[in-house]
Design a protein around this ligand. Structure first.
Ligand SMILES: Cc1ncc(C[n+]2csc(CCOP(=O)(O)OP(=O)(O)O)c2C)c(N)n1
Ligand SMILES: [Mg+2]
Length: 582
């Protein structure tokens, strides 16, 4: 508890007693520390400048960014990796709105984070009298967050922080907004009363034990299957139930597919991985067990033509309202994934579940076929490099470094990267996630490096990098071990599009050709590499990782190599009368 004394004599002082005071700034820092928050990601300014300073003075690590969206993304991924809410601190109105994209993305992905924002004078905001950075922030935040709170009295700061923590990490985690008015931050309070107002949160993400009947129903369904399949989502990765998930998969012998951020829960070279036979297993599985995976667009909503219309589903999820969201779930298991998986292991009888041998054989044959089919393009050495040959070089360097975090965003860079870069450990792959969003790159890389102290390789499309690129200054300022590989094909998807009007402006999809991104980081003391072939890329990456220092590898890729929209061209509406599309 940090108490301050103000200059103005208090009532007690004029009575001859010296009274210790605290204020809103101190109470926020005290409340966060009391609840084990050790890092804040943010951008300072009115009215939270002193909050950032005080937090640092009091031993909280404060990572100060160039843009709130990246600070928010760093907080969100820190939450995902640690199961503690990541804290993003923003100024009023525009700073708040910049952070809101990240908090919305956190909610969509199920990452626990709290955006704490200062706000202007409530009385002026509510009468719309034009305050400095006037905005009704709490109500703006509501539709995009799991919960939004505003603290109007300094003695409520403790409760406000406690409510925000509970909301962020309980059940399905998500983004939470906590509004602190400038009046509350500067308000003084008796230090004893202030201390007593703080709340130490007990058991903020309580286990949710699934009912034994639901486990039995699911096991019976799996036992009746001939062609069972397990699908691991990032909810499974978040749960940190790695050993039990692996044990259940190995004991049952069921083939599994990881969603992209669940890669590495079991190593990607595990014999039961069906990733290389994805379309066949989705189409032919008769019983599918979803573990922390939602049947959203990333899984074709669980419907034909990707899935068999007669397949039946087990769904293990912490949120009861996820069940039946896209197609009927025959065996819902509602609970936290850790508790659910230990219950499955406890109730599973030896030999109870045995996939048909023909199923296992079909998958093995398809895997072999697809791997052979891919081999030619994977081993080719076109000049200039394409996505595949560049990713192969990265894969080979990372193969014996399982501890390294991989951040990945872009279109082709993301879709091809997800297939080629194998993961060997859980929660090491961090990518565009549920929304397929651009702009998470530098924020996620910083959040991962700060929480783990481990190296990060961010594999970025050149468009994707631009969304958060200025944070390379932040990376250099804090000397973080982050290597950014930019797949420079000169554009969004491809670099060869032309202006259909014949005018001089470039096409909307293309950038400056062969831009020297490597030179950007040199402005801040980092190392830039410019590479044009896989050998050069492999060497630059190995050198950059060995140095442990910030680096950009500007990787020149054939501008004609990409596909429009990457692997999701089917989602891009086309003009019915022609004239614009490819
Ligand atoms: C915030 C946001 N804005 C725009 C998009 C649309 N979008 C999807 S991928 C992409 C960039 C793809 O280009 P690049 O990162 O260079 O990857 P490439 O396919 O060239 O490897 C864009 C702008 C998005 N997904 N998210
Ligand atoms: Mg590109």
């Amino acid at each position: 508890m940090i108490a301050t004394e103000t200059k103005a004599p208090s009532e007690a002082e004029s009575n001859g007693h010296k009274s210790a005071l605290t204020d809103g700034f101190h109470l926020v820092v005290d409340a966060l520390k009391l609840n084990g928050i050790d890092t804040i990601y943010g951008v300072p300014g009115i009215p939270i400048t002193d909050l950032a300073r005080l937090a640092q003075a009091e031993g909280i690590r404060v990572i100060s960014f160039r843009h709130e969206q990246s600070a928010g993304n760093a907080a969100a991924i820190a939450g995902y990796l640690t199961q503690k809410p990541g804290i993003c601190l923003t100024v009023s109105a525009p700073g708040f709105l910049n952070g809101l994209v990240a908090v919305a993305n956190a909610t969509t992905n199920g990452f626990p984070m709290i955006q704490i924002s200062g706000s202007s004078d409530r009385a002026i905001i509510d009468l719309q009298q034009g305050d400095y950075e006037e905005l009704d922030q709490m109500n703006a935040a509501k539709p995009y967050t799991k919960a939004a709170f505003r603290v109007n009295k300094p003695e409520d700061i403790g409760i406000g922080v406690a409510r925000a923590i509970h909301a962020a990490v309980s059940g399905r985690p998500g983004g939470v907004y906590l509004d602190l008015t400038s009046d509350v931050l500067s308000a003084a309070l008796d230090a004893d009363a202030g201390e007593k107002s703080l709340v130490h949160v007990v058991d903020p993400s309580p286990r949710q034990i699934p009912s034994p009947e639901s486990i039995q129903r699911a096991l019976d369904l799996l036992a009746s299957a001939q062609r069972p399949l397990i699908l691991l989502g990032k909810g499974a990765a978040y749960a940190q139930a790695d050993a039990d998930i692996r044990s259940f998969i190995e004991k049952t012998g069921i083939p599994y597919l990881p969603m992209s951020m669940a890669k590495g829960l079991l190593p990607d070279n595990h014999p039961q991985s069906a990733a290389a036979a994805r379309s066949v297993v989705l189409a032919q599985a008769d019983v599918v067990m979803l573990i922390g995976a939602r049947l959203n667009w990333l899984l074709g909503h669980g419907k034909a033509p990707q899935w068999s219309p007669t397949a039946r589903f087990v769904q293990v999820d912490i949120s009861p309202t996820e069940i039946d969201s896209n197609r009927p779930i025959a065996a819902p298991v509602v609970g936290d994934i850790g508790s659910a998986m230990s219950a499955f292991l406890a109730m599973l009888k030896p030999g109870q579940i045995q996939p048909q041998t023909t199923w296992i054989k079909t998958i093995a044959e398809r895997k072999e076929h697809n791997i052979e089919r891919m081999a030619a393009s994977l081993n080719a050495n076109p000049s200039p490099m394409n996505f595949t040959s560049a990713l192969r070089a990265i894969r080979d360097v990372l193969d014996d470094k399982p501890e390294i975090y991989v951040v990945n965003e872009g279109a082709n860079t993301l879709d091809i990267g997800r297939n080629i870069i194998d993961m060997h450990e859980p929660r090491k792959r961090l990518d565009s996630g549920t929304w397929g969003v651009m702009g998470i790159g530098m924020g996620y890389a910083i959040g991962a490096a700060v929480t783990s102290g481990k190296p990060v390789v961010a594999i970025e499309g050149d468009s994707a990098f631009g969304f958060s690129g200025m944070e390379i200054e932040t990376i250099c300022r804090y000397s973080l071990p982050i290597v950014i590989v930019i797949f420079n094909n000169g554009g969004i998807y491809r670099g060869d599009d032309v202006n259909r009007s014949g005018g001089v402006d470039p096409a909307p999809m293309v950038f400056v050709k062969a831009a020297r991104y490597d030179k950007l980081i040199e402005a801040f003391g980092g190392t830039g590499h410019h590479v044009t072939d896989p050998q050069g890329l492999a060497k630059a990456l190995a050198d950059a990782l060995a140095s442990g220092k910030p680096a950009i590898i500007n990787c020149i890729i054939d501008p004609t190599a990409g596909t429009e929209s990457g692997h999701i061209q089917n989602l891009n509406p086309k003009s019915q009368i022609g004239g614009a599309g490819k």
